[in-house]
Design a protein around this ligand. Structure first.
Ligand code: NCD
Length: 326
């Protein structure tokens, strides 16, 4: 199977693409709810092996996963690597600096060259919105989107939903606030697609300049999307709150407004208004003292930030198995 797919690559003369879309993981948008639920259930079962409490079933032994990360990353890149290794796969890592991207080679050319070495799956992070899809159209092996520009970050949505589900029990009917720079956040887009699909009510909160006007129409039910610019107006009504970083690298203005923390930061005073048991999420990296206070990020009763990171390994294991196990 493996061998024949490589021979296919060598003999390909027409440029015809061999569809592999069922094993790609490019976006939550369009993912059937049954697949979303299956991935979450699988990730939840994998959690003990993801964090090393149990040995994992090394179903990907002998496979090679390439992490192509053309944007900086700490959690996502390491988490994909840990996930692949737990499953017995080998991992190679490529960044923009130190690769021929710095000489002008495109993402797609890079991906095609890595695939030609017989790699079994590509995990791609890029600043190009839609970049993972471009790669998927150009290669035969499965492609996993690890964050593409402002578009989607589908494995982050899986881990967010898993962390929420473990904390809240169920997502159906839960009111989840997503607060901050919505306009530039692939995390917000993917999380909203997933949560609405799973029946949660998403409350988008941020300054008018950082909330796209059409965001409430991003996707259709069974859950809902509402938008507000007033965090204090909804803080006592929510079941979970996800704080986001202002993404200055995506042209979110020249800086953070001096009154940003006062209006949209999860300060200690604001945290005190949350109902008991309401978890605080953040995808990281955290800008302490801006969108979230130190004492909130480190509050062991409220903050599930590190639990999200653990869930991330399990979610990525589930996605890698979906991509490669056969
Ligand atoms: C996020 C990302 O890169 O989109 N981080 C992550 O993957 N954990 C959010 C961010 O960079 O603020």
């Amino acid at each position: 199977m493996l061998y024949s797919s490589r021979v296919r690559l060598i003999h390909r003369t027409s440029g015809t693409q061999l569809a592999n879309s069922a094993r790609d993981f490019l976006a939550i948008e369009g993912l059937p709810v049954s697949e979303l639920t299956q991935l979450l259930d699988h990730a939840q079962r994998l959690l003990p092996s993801a964090v090393g409490d149990e040995p994992a079933n090394e179903v990907l032994r002998g496979r090679v996963v390439a992490n192509i990360f053309f944007e900086d990353s700490t959690r996502t890149r390491v988490s994909f690597e840990v996930a692949a290794r737990r499953l017995g796969a080998d991992v190679v890592n490529l960044g923009a600096s130190g690769s021929s991207a710095s000489k002008g080679e495109t993402l797609v050319d890079t991906a095609r060259n890595i695939e030609a070495m017989g790699v079994d799956a590509l995990v791609v992070r890029t600043s190009i919105s839609g970049g993972a899809q471009l790669v998927a159209q150009a290669v035969d092996c499965p492609v996993i989107n690890a964050g593409d520009g402002r578009h989607e970050h589908p494995t982050q949505a899986l881990l967010d939903c898993l962390a929420l589900r473990l904390r809240l029990g169920a997502l159906q009917g839960a009111r989840v606030a997503i607060v901050g720079d919505i306009a530039n956040s692939r995390v917000a887009r993917s999380a909203t697609h997933a949560l609405v699909r799973l029946g949660a009510h998403v409350v988008i909160v941020g300054p008018p300049a950082l909330v796209p006007s059409g965001f409430a129409e991003l996707c259709k039910g069974p859950g809902t999307i509402t938008i507000t610019h007033d965090l204090d107006a909804i803080i006592q009504e929510i079941d979970a709150i996800m704080m986001l970083r202002v993404q200055l690298e995506r042209a979110a203005g020249t800086g953070i407004a001096p009154d940003y923390r006062a209006a949209y930061g999860l300060t200690v005073a604001r945290m005190a208004k949350l109902r008991s048991g309401v978890p605080v999420l953040h995808p990281g990296p955290v800008n302490r003292g801006v969108e979230i206070d130190d004492a909130v990020a480190d509050d062991t009763a409220r903050s599930v930030i590190l639990a999200q990171v653990s869930c991330g390994v399990a979610a990525r294991m589930a996605v890698l198995v979906r991509a490669l196990d056969r």
